[in-house]
Design a protein around this ligand. Structure first.
Ligand code: SME
Length: 179
């Protein structure tokens, strides 16, 4: 059972460093993308204050499709270059939006969202895996420290998906079943 520590959000660098360690510990024994994305979103939702949505959109080869998240039900598909998520996916650059009302093309899944931070996620070969999206109900919620912290957390998530010796066992089981 996961038991949650108290994380003090006063010093953001320290807060994100501790949350990164918590994330590593939570995801360490699993490499499944959906499982780790679900627990990652739940952990961020539990610890990061003043947010109203956090979750994943994964690239299906054509567009972004919503993945595990916390918050209100969201739009399912987002085209590349559309909205803040589609821009992060197309440019492969983190998007930090202080006021979503000032962004033409912003997609309002939840009318309460006022600021947004979207981190692109890449496979090891550099290709697009998807984006990690965090929304807040107040303008200017995210700053450069949040950006750095969320990028670090996203790296921890990506690292958790990589193969390890354990996958060798899973791989050999798979080949037995495929006979
Ligand atoms: N606001 C995002 C869409 C996703 S939701 O906020 C969950 C955007 O403009 O890309």
């Amino acid at each position: 059972m996961y038991s949650s520590p108290e994380l003090d959000p006063q010093s953001k660098p320290r807060f994100y460093a501790r949350l990164a360690r918590e994330t590593e510990a939570l995801l360490a024994d699993e490499h499944n993308q959906v499982a780790n994305a679900a627990n990652f979103a739940a952990l961020v939702w539990q610890h990061v204050p003043s947010i109203n949505w956090c979750g994943f959109y994964f690239f299906d080869g054509q567009e972004l499709v919503v993945g595990p998240f916390q918050g209100r039900p969201a739009c399912v598909r987002i085209a590349l270059r559309q909205g803040v998520c589609g821009t992060a996916a197309a440019t492969l650059e983190t998007q930090l939006v202080a006021d979503v009302h000032a962004v033409a093309g912003h997609i309002a899944c939840d009318a309460a969202s006022r600021s947004e931070l979207v981190v692109p996620l890449r496979h090891d070969d550099g290709s697009l895996l998807g984006v990690w999206d965090v929304d807040a109900p107040v303008p200017g919620r995210f700053d450069a420290e949040d950006r750095q912290g969320m990028e670090k957390l996203a790296e921890v998530f990506l690292a958790s998906l990589r193969c390890s010796a354990r996958d060798g066992v899973v791989g050999s089981q798979r080949s037995i079943h495929s006979k």
